[in-house]
Design a protein around this ligand. Structure first.
Ligand SMILES: [Zn+2]
Length: 319
């Protein structure tokens, strides 16, 4: 029987935990900082789970964590943005404290699953999810199943090489999709364009203070050509990446989430055009590229939707 589950989104700066119903409704949410030692972090996760659980019937907990996860063991192998949990078996550390089954998943996989169950992919069986944040995360659902690969390390769509001699990526490679289409890439490109076009609104703002990603979106919405050019180029690189995903996975929907997705069609129109030029028919004609709908809640809702009953192996929220 489907019942509520708790999803915990463990990010580089904060922990968000919430109780989610079988219909995907987030009933409540608490947030704590994710800084401090491993012990402090584990205590904060435990406290967040206890607080949200209070007064609700809950069947299981799932943690969405950035980095490489061995989902079977509930262990974090590699987490460059949250080094305090690297090497920690979160399942073993936390299960005893809650008296509830605990599973651990990659954060982008969890967000992808959230969009598949309750968001932009809820009407389809084949979904590719790409999140444009500080980095670029990805998740792939085919035939209604989350693709994890042999070790749970699959679906790393942000680290596909798009440009052989492109910018250095956080992973060590050059020219990854992440190095060309992430929020970080947008700000880097914005600073370059601002230096070349000092008379643009973007250039003027850059002379006053350090640009952030939101500035680019705001100025582009106001029609500044320099800001529009930054987003257009981002859409170009994104579209090249998406063309590859379309050819490989033949998805019905590609959902784009993350902070940079707030730029919407200012990035996506060019991405759609580029994808269509490069991908093959009939896949390119079927696929719909659209904004993800769960926003910042996708991690908590997606994690909850991946919480499992350890005996049956079934998702606690149902599937
Ligand atoms: Zn990379």
């Amino acid at each position: 029987m489907a019942m509520n589950a708790i999803g915990v989104d463990v990010g580089g700066t904060k922990i968000a935990a919430g109780v989610v119903t079988p219909e995907g409704k987030l009933l409540n949410e608490v947030r704590y900082p994710s800084d401090g030692s491993t012990k402090v972090l584990l205590d904060s996760i435990a406290r967040a789970v206890r607080e949200v659980r209070d007064g609700y019937e809950v069947g299981a907990v799932c943690l969405a964590v950035p980095g490489l996860i061995l989902a079977q063991e509930g262990k974090v192998v590699f987490s460059p943005n949250l080094s305090t949990i690297q090497g920690v078996s979160l399942k073993d550390e936390l299960e005893g404290r809650f008296d509830l089954p605990v599973t651990v998943e990659n954060d982008a996989n969890a967000a992808a699953w959230g969009e598949f169950r309750f968001g932009a992919g809820s009407e389809v069986d084949h979904l590719v999810f790409v999140t444009l944040g500080t980095g670029v995360g990805g998740g792939v659902i085919t035939h209604g199943v989350l693709m994890r690969g042999a070790q749970g390390a699959g679906g790393e769509l942000g680290h596909v090489t798009i440009q052989a001699t492109g910018p250095r990526c956080g992973c060590g490679n050059h020219g990854c999709l992440e190095s060309l289409a992430s929020g970080t890439a947008i700000t880097r490109r914005a600073r370059e364009v601002a230096a070349k076009k000092p008379d643009s609104a973007l250039g003027k703002l850059a002379s006053e203070r350090k640009l952030i990603g939101e500035d680019v979106t705001n100025l582009a919405h106001e029609g500044d050509e320099a800001a529009l050019a930054v987003l257009e180029e981002t859409g170009l690189w994104l579209g090249i990446g998406l063309a590859g995903f379309v050819n490989i996975f033949n998805p019905e929907v590609i959902a784009i989430g993350g902070g940079a997705a707030k730029a919407g069609d200012l990035i996506l129109d060019r991405a759609r055009k580029e994808m269509h030029l490069r991908a093959r028919s009939p896949s390119r004609d079927l696929v719909e590229i659209k904004e993800a709908t769960l926003g910042a809640k996708s991690g908590v809702i997606g994690a909850a939707a991946l919480a499992r009953d350890p005996e049956s192996g079934e998702y606690v929220l149902g599937a």
